[in-house]
Design a protein around this ligand. Structure first.
Ligand code: ZN
Ligand code: ZN
Length: 291
């Protein structure tokens, strides 16, 4: 289905792609809101799931479409992305945005869905000790989603300004330099975007606890996994999540994502937008492509 893009968000993955992650060549961009130009959503605002699967292979038929070995991924793998006036996605990937959700908020559906994936994978109980490593965009959104489950969430970051903004949104945070990992967290979520995140997570998690890895980096890891075996830690990779859950959170105004927007650029100033997204203390930069 052709979609006319209204707005798109720059995310950490886009910045990693600039550094060679996935070896992607093409138009980046996978967080967007647009107007469907044909099909059942014609004329309506939509967001789109980014994995385009074949629908025929054993993985797809088993219901694991986001892992289709023949998939393309919008702006990440074999498919041009949303930093453009138009894109094409299969209709099955699209979700209508309700009137109650602003276009700017809807840009956050994709990253919010990625955060919702954590609570889809891990049963988080009220009072669970959760440590989120990384005070960037995904770290903060993940902390907000986990806090809604009643968990006792602590954000561990490296930037005083970002932690102050997180506090303003109700997330308690602490500078990594000011705390010692204590092997007491039931769940640790690595959103550091750094190869050192996993090692740090293993220092926070309790024996038999869970580490969720959200970091995707172009660089490789080198660390001893012996603590994973000795402490019988469950390490879970976590990628894309449920769009309907994210749209529901935005519709309920459960999470104030608009407070995370720092700057808006027209598409023609995309290079400046990327530069801004890489400056310290920036949460979200949007490209405003059409009205
Ligand atoms: Zn993203
Ligand atoms: Zn398939």
């Amino acid at each position: 289905m052709p979609i006319r893009i209204l707005q798109a968000g720059i995310c950490e993955t886009d910045l990693q792609i600039l550094r060679g992650y996935m070896g992607f060549v093409g138009i980046p961009g996978h967080e967007f809101v647009g107007i469907a130009e044909a099909g059942r959503y014609a004329g309506q605002r939509v967001v789109g799931e980014i994995n385009c699967s074949c629908g025929r292979c054993t993985t797809c038929r088993a219901g694991r479409r986001t892992h289709c070995p023949d998939r393309t991924v919008l702006g990440i793998l074999g498919r041009d992305g949303a930093f453009a006036e138009r894109i094409v996605l299969p209709e099955v990937n699209l979700h209508r945005i309700p009137e109650t959700v602003s276009t700017e908020a809807a840009v956050f559906v994709e990253p919010l869905a990625a955060a919702c994936r954590i609570v889809e994978q891990v049963h988080v109980r009220r009072g669970d000790r959760v440590v989120v490593l990384g005070d960037g965009r995904l770290g903060l959104i993940s902390a907000l989603v986990l806090a809604r489950e009643g968990a006792d969430v602590r954000l561990v970051g490296k930037h005083e300004s970002k932690l102050a903004r997180a506090a303003g949104l109700g997330v308690s945070g602490v500078l990594a330099a000011d705390v010692r990992p204590d092997h007491r967290a039931d769940l640790v979520v690595d959103c550091t975007g750094s190869p050192s995140g996993l090692a740090a997570a293993l220092e926070w998690v309790r024996p038999l606890g869970t580490v969720v890895l959200k970091t995707t980096v172009a660089a490789g890891h080198s660390l001893s996994l012996a603590p994973v075996v000795i402490d019988e830690v469950r390490v879970l990779g976590s990628r894309c999540g449920p769009f309907p859950a994210a749209i529901a959170l935005l519709s309920e105004r459960a999470i104030d994502v608009e407070a995370l927007v720092d700057a808006r650029f027209p598409l023609a100033d995309g290079v400046a937008a990327f530069a801004r997204a890489q400056t310290a203390g920036t949460f979200k930069v949007l490209l405003k492509i059409a009205d």
